[in-house]
Every structure is written in C-alpha cells, then in structure tokens.
Design a protein around this ligand. Structure first.
Ligand code: GLU
Length: 420
C-alpha cells in the first residue's frame, strides 16, 4: 500500500502537469524542513509511567513560520504527521496566510485518561518540543482529540519554560488566555462558507438539499448546525461508534446534546447506520469530518453523493481521485474546505502580537470574506485550467510558494551561462 505521503505527492504531480514552475519548488516540497521525534513520559494517577511517541514536523517555511495542529490519536506516526504538515503548507498558501506548514501529535488514546493525566501529557509533550516551536518559527493549534483547554495547558507550559508571556506561540487557546472569538467554531464555519459559495455558483438552493456528516467532533457539529440553520436537511451523522439517519432531517441541537452528554450520537433518535453505509448513502452533500482515507479505491465507486466537502484532512485517498472525477462527484478539497480553523488561528496570532482583541462579529465577517474570496479564486482557476477543484487548489498553492522561492532566486536565476 502506498504511504499517505506518496498519495499527497501524487496531487502535486497532478498540479505540475498544468503549470510551469521552478523545479526547486517541487524539490523543496519532496521532504520536510525538519522532523522531530520525542518520547513523552506520562506519570499515571496510579503511579505507573508510560512513555508515548510524540512528533512535530515543520514541513515548509517559505511563506512564514510553520503552522498546524497537534493531535492525540493511537494512529499518529511519522508518515501521518509529515503528510498533515505538508497539507498545512498547501492550506496556508491557498488561503494567502503568512505561514508555512507544520503538524504534531502523540501516539496515544487520550480517552482513557483522567483530566489530570491529560494535563500532564500535554505539558510533557511541550517540555519535549519547546526548543522546536516558537511564535516566530512554529505555532501549534488544536487538531483531532485536542481542544482549547489542552492548548491552554500547552501555552502555560511554554510560558513556564520561556519565563515570558508568549500567547502567540499557540493558537486555539481559551479566550481567557488570549484565544480569539470565533476560533472554536471556525473550521465548521469555514466549510459552510465554502459550500454556500459553491452552491451560489451552481445556482442551487439549501432548501431540499440533503447532507450527511461522517465524524461528529467539533468541526462536524459546527458544520451541521450551520447547515441546519441555513435550511439544508441534515439526514445522517456518525461518530466512531456508528451513525444515525432520518430522511426527514435530524434535530441537530438534540444530536449535539446527546453526543456531548453520552459520548456518542447513537442514542439521539433516527435509525442506526454504519459509517460505511453513511459514506455511500444517497445524499446530495457528503461531509467526511473525522480522519484520513475514509474514501479509497474500495468504496469511491459507490459514493452516491454529488458533492463531497472535505472537512477532515485527507478523507479522500489520492487513489480515489480519478474514480470520483469520472463519476462527476465534485470534491471541495480539504486545503480549502477546512481552512477556516487556521484562518482564525492567524487572526488569533495577529491579535496576540498586537495585544488588541477583535469582537466576535469582526472575526466572523473577516473569516467569511476570506473563505468566500478563496473559494471564488479556486473555482475560477479550475474553470480557466479545466481541472478539478483539488488540482486548482494545488496549482494556486504551488504558485504562492514559488513566488516566495523565486524572490530569493531559483536555479533558473542562478544557472551559470544562462544567456541573460
Ligand atoms: N488542525 C487544524 C487544521 O488541520 C488547525 C490548524 C491551525 O489552526 O493551525 O487545519
């Protein structure tokens, strides 16, 4: 099986077929700038100690300091973290943010821990990577199974190590610790803006459009609520324990309440449905909002949705791209569709550096404006180059990175005897 990273590189190759850019850029993007692997020791409440594997990767910093989340998940490993850091590089470039890409994680299932153990794990991870990150070099944020509280512990640990208040070292913090209004809902909000903008371009209405969401963490929940409020019919949602569906539309507020009270969506009414069936159900919009590679060559041919909104990072494996294109399934790619989170992270970092905070309406307005503009830019480019939206996104990202690379000179500029 190809590694996750091989799949990610395949998308660069697809974009390179349509543009002339310096070979230097492709070479730089073939491997990360720097990758760190650490042991993260955790003292359990009962006195035992376990050392977990932790990672942080700065993939590329041509456009600014590395930026990207930290996930706690048993499947975290070097290939996954590098690939996620690569996707962050593309995402920040597509959004025109002054950041490169980074990512981190610990190979652990945090659901088994007490709150005190989770705090010790968060602080121990920062102890191990503190020299590798910083407000001007690499700025972490939340990702799968981490949240504002975890970011708060991490920012506080960095403060202790640095002996200085540096809230701009981590984004997605609690508001009381310098977090931004609107960051908690930003990924779901951003995905909603991308979908709405495309719906407008297609001349389609929310009313009568059905939506299924695979993964009901923070981003999936916020997206579900925005869709329901706008008049879409959310007919199915799922989490790791399975899903529920109701052709008449689920009561999203009730499902969110059940998920938060009982830990899963399964008791929130509707008929039970497996994650696998949700992916292939008859629906207009399918939004995978959990982990990578849920749509592969095994099930891509069975996807019945007309539109996929990639709220997760990498939910469609690259091996499935061709089948989806052949079947005219329109994919709103992750590096645009889930970029609302890092966009408000950028707002948070900017606010921290100025110690000057924006109200919720300002954040919401600026997020919407950026998401709508980026979506139009990408859709226009897809039309101009006659390519799918993902390839257009990679084209735009690569061109941004090339501009920064060319500013200091590429091989074409330095080549001896170039005849200039
Ligand atoms: N983890 C999020 C992502 O994958 C957010 C990253 C950030 O805010 O830096 O986009």
């Amino acid at each position: 099986m190809p590694s996750l990273f091989d799949g990610a590189s395949a998308r660069i190759q697809a974009a390179l077929e349509h543009i002339e850019i310096s070979q230097d850029v492709a070479q730089r993007l073939a491997q990360p700038d720097a990758a760190l692997k650490v042991g993260v020791p955790l003292r359990h409440d009962d006195g035992r100690m376990t050392v977990f594997s932790g990672y942080r990767v700065r993939y590329d910093t041509a456009l600014g300091p590395a930026k990207g989340g930290i996930r706690f998940h048993p499947d975290v490993g070097a290939d996954e973290v590098s690939t996620l850091a690569f996707w962050m590089t593309m995402k920040c470039a597509v959004m025109g943010l002054p950041f490169g890409g980074g990512k981190g994680g610990v190979a652990v299932d945090p659901k088994q821990f007490s709150p005190a153990e989770l705090e010790r794990l968060a602080r121990a991870y920062i102890d191990q990577i503190a020299d590798f990150i910083g407000p001007d070099s690499d700025i972490p944020a939340p990702d799968v199974n981490t949240n504002p509280r975890v970011m708060g512990w991490m920012a506080d640990q960095y403060r202790i190590i640095a002996r200085a208040h540096t809230p701009d070292v981590i984004t997605g913090k609690p508001i009381e610790m310098g977090g931004s209004a609107g960051r908690a809902t930003a990924t779901g909000d951003g995905a909603f803006h991308v979908l709405s903008t495309m719906m407008q371009r297609w001349g389609r209405e929310a009313k009568g459009t059905t939506v299924a969401i695979q993964g009901f963490g923070n981003a999936g929940q916020c997206f579900a609520r925005r869709c329901a409020d706008a008049g879409y019919t959310v007919v199915a949602v799922s989490d790791s324990s399975g899903g529920i569906h109701d052709a008449g539309g689920l009561d999203i507020d009730a499902v969110i309440e059940t998920k938060n009270d009982k830990g899963s969506v399964s008791e929130a009414g509707g008929e039970a449905m497996s994650n696998a069936d949700l992916i292939t159900m008859e629906v207009d919009v399918l939004a995978p909002a959990a982990l990578e590679s849920v749509i592969t060559s095994d099930n891509a041919g069975d996807v019945a949705a007309g539109v996929i909104v990639e709220i997760a990072n990498g939910p469609v494996a690259s091996e499935a791209d061709a089948t989806l294109i052949d079947n005219r399934v329109l994919v709103l790619p992750d590096i645009l569709a889930n970029a609302g989170g890092v966009t408000v992270s950028y707002f948070e970092w900017a606010q921290n550096r100025q110690a000057w905070y924006w109200d919720a309406d300002t954040v919401a307005e600026r997020l919407e404006q950026r998401m709508v503009e980026a979506t139009h830019a990408l859709a226009d480019r897809a039309e101009d180059n006659d390519v799918d939206l993902r390839t257009a996104a990679y084209i735009l990202a690569l061109e941004q990175i090339e501009k920064a690379t060319a500013a200091v000179g590429t091989s074409e500029f330095f080549r001896v005897g170039r005849g200039a």
